[in-house]
Design a protein around this ligand. Structure first.
Ligand code: AMP
Length: 219
C-alpha cells in the first residue's frame, strides 16, 4: 500500500478548494498541486505550454486530458511530492481519474473530498473574486486591495481573472456538471468519497476535513 497522503479536493469553481488546500498543505506538509495554477503560470510566463493553452483558459474550457495528465505525472516525480499531494482541479474528467489511478495504483488516492456548495453561491463568489497576479492572494471586489488594485501581501496588481467574467463562469460551471460531476460516482464506488458542506466559514470547512481525515486514520 502506498504510504503517501494523496488527497483530491473536488468541488465547483469557487467552492473554496484553493483556500482549503493552502491551509491543509501547511498542516500536513504536502504540496498543493493546482493544475489551474500550473497552467496560469505557464500562460503568464509566455512559455510554449502557456501559448498553447491561453485561449482555452480564457474561454473557461478544459485543456486536453493528455496534456494535463502529463503535467501531473511529471509533478509526482518531484521530491516534495513523495510524502503525498493535495490535488486541486485535477482530475476533472473520467479520463483523468483513470490516468491518475494508473499513475498511483488503485489504492494511491486516500480520499476524495467533495466541497459541496450551491451553484448560486459559487456564481456570487466567482463574480466578486479578485486575485493578485503576483502571489495569487484572493480578495473580494469590496476589499481595499481590489479597489486600489494593489496587493497588501506583495504589492502586485490585483485583477479579475478573465475566466471569472460572466460568460466564462457559465461555461466553467456547465463543464463541471458535464465532465467533473461524474467523478463523484467514480470515487463513491471506490468508497473514498466524503462530502463536506462548503457553505460554512473557511475555518469550519477545514475543521470538518481534518475530522474526517482523523476518523479515517489518515492524518
Ligand atoms: P482552475 O483554477 O482549477 O479553475 O483552472 C483554471 C483553468 O485551467 C480551467 O478553466 C481549465 O481551462 C484549466 N484546467 C485546470 N485544471 C484542468 C484539468 N485538470 N483539466 C483540464 N483543464 C484544466
Amino acid at each position: 500500500m502506498s504510504p503517501r497522503l494523496n488527497l483530491i479536493v473536488l468541488g465547483k469553481q469557487g467552492a473554496g478548494k484553493g483556500t482549503q488546500c493552502t491551509v491543509l498543505a501547511l498542516k500536513y506538509g504536502i504540496p498543493h498541486v493546482s493544475t489551474g495554477d500550473i497552467l496560469r503560470n505557464a500562460v503568464k510566463a509566455g512559455s510554449e505550454l502557456g501559448q498553447r493553452v491561453a485561449s482555452v483558459l480564457e474561454a473557461g474550457e478544459l485543456v486536453h486530458d493528455d496534456l494535463v495528465n502529463a503535467l501531473v505525472r511529471e509533478r509526482f516525480t518531484e521530491a516534495d511530492a513523495q510524502r503525498g499531494v493535495l490535488l486541486d482541479g485535477f482530475p476533472r474528467t473520467l479520463n483523468q481519474a483513470e490516468a491518475l489511478e494508473a499513475m498511483l495504483g488503485s489504492d494511491g488516492i486516500k480520499l476524495c473530498i467533495n466541497l459541496d456548495v450551491a451553484k448560486e453561491l459559487v456564481i456570487r463568489r466567482l463574480s466578486s473574486r479578485r486575485v493578485c497576479q503576483e502571489c495569487g492572494a484572493t480578495y473580494k471586489d469590496t476589499d481595499v486591495e481590489a479597489i486600489s488594485g494593489t496587493c497588501t501581501n506583495c504589492g502586485g496588481d490585483v485583477i479579475q481573472r478573465t475566466d471569472d467574467h460572466p460568460d466564462a463562469i457559465r461555461t466553467r460551471l456547465e463543464t463541471y456538471e458535464r465532465d467533473t460531476e461524474p467523478l463523484l460516482t467514480f470515487y463513491g464506488q471506490r468508497e473514498i468519497l466524503v462530502t463536506v458542506n462548503g457553505d460554512q466559514s473557511p475555518d469550519d470547512v477545514t475543521n470538518a476535513i481534518v475530522s474526517v481525515l482523523h476518523e479515517r486514520g489518515l492524518a
